[in-house]
Design a protein around this ligand. Structure first.
Ligand code: A2P
Length: 275
């Protein structure tokens, strides 16, 4: 019997399929749709579940004997009582075609172990931390900008988010506004948390791919900082495969070294998982 899952299930939850072993069954607390491609949701957090801000877990639905699981960055910080996720909707995605229909009270499955490289432990301390994201790649940074540890380690925290159009920036805009107002985290963010946004397919006040804006120096000019420099800067990168490759190349060109949990260094990379 999967006892870990039982606390959330009631007689009324006549699930068609058994909950696999080693998996938590959690209840959806809320769902928010941003665009026809993006939504966020919050689920209950198992009491025993521990993670480091920035890590990901495997998420699934109880809709098959062997459910499809996909990696999802946890968007909420380690101290939050609930777990938050930010997801793409892929019309024929094996998981997201179903996940996008979840409602409050539904059951979501979650494997018990979290992991990941976008964690404070994988970087050595420095003056500035750049969090470079595109699309749903903002999710792990939504966790990290709400963690006091990030501000203990870095004087300046710069979150960049680039999306196709303006509506796709809304999750990040809300996130940063509520983080600055938060009674716990707000005292760390004053003058230290910076939010830079750009769009690539719809006109906005700042346009262009983040790679172009780094190469041209426009990002640094807008922020009033200098180009990446190993002595002062650390970089975390999360987005599509192509974006990771290109931003990683720019970090390496600036002389930054890739870090890991075992060997902390100057930058870390993680794919924004979809499907
Ligand atoms: P573009 O509109 O030029 O493709 P997606 O939603 O497809 O994941 O894209 C999110 C954002 O990432 C878009 O603004 C997209 O720009 C941008 N992007 C896609 N590929 C790259 C890349 N190789 N380097 C930097 N940004 C990229």
């Amino acid at each position: 019997m999967n006892t870990a899952a039982l606390h959330n299930l009631e007689a009324a939850d006549r699930l068609e399929f058994p909950i696999p072993a080693g998996v938590h069954a959690e209840r959806v607390v809320s769902v928010k749709h941003y665009t026809d491609r993006l939504f966020s949701f919050r689920i209950t957090r198992p009491q025993s579940f521990r993670f480091r801000s920035g890590e990901f877990v495997m998420i699934g639905l109880p809709n098959a004997e062997k459910p499809v699981f996909r990696a999802y960055s946890i968007a909420s910080p380690a101290w939050d009582e609930e777990l938050e996720f930010f997801s793409i909707k892929v019309p024929d995605g094996p998981l997201t075609q179903h996940l996008q229909k979840i409602k409050q009270g539904d059951i979501v499955l979650m494997r018990q172990k979290s992991t990941g490289t976008l964690v404070n432990d994988a970087l050595t301390p420095a003056k500035r931390l750049y969090m470079i994201s595109t699309g749903t790649g903002i999710a792990p940074f939504a966790s990290l900008i709400r963690d006091p540890e990030t501000y203990e380690k870095f004087e300046q925290v710069i979150l960049t988010h680039t999306c196709r159009d303006v509506a796709e920036l809304a999750y990040g805009e809300e996130l940063v506004a509520t983080t600055r107002e938060d009674p716990l985290i707000g005292e760390f963010t004053g003058g230290r948390l910076h939010h830079f946004t750009s769009t690539t397919r719809e006109a906005s006040s700042q346009m262009g791919r983040i790679t172009t804006l780094i190469e041209s120096g426009e990002l640094f000019r807008a922020l009033g900082t200098e180009p990446f420099d190993r002595a002062n800067d650390r970089v975390m990168i999360c987005g599509s495969m192509a974006m990771l490759k290109d931003v990683k190349a720019l970090a390496e060109r600036a002389g930054l070294k890739e870090g890991s949990n075992a060997e902390p260094a100057d930058f870390v990379v993680e794919r924004a998982f979809v499907g």
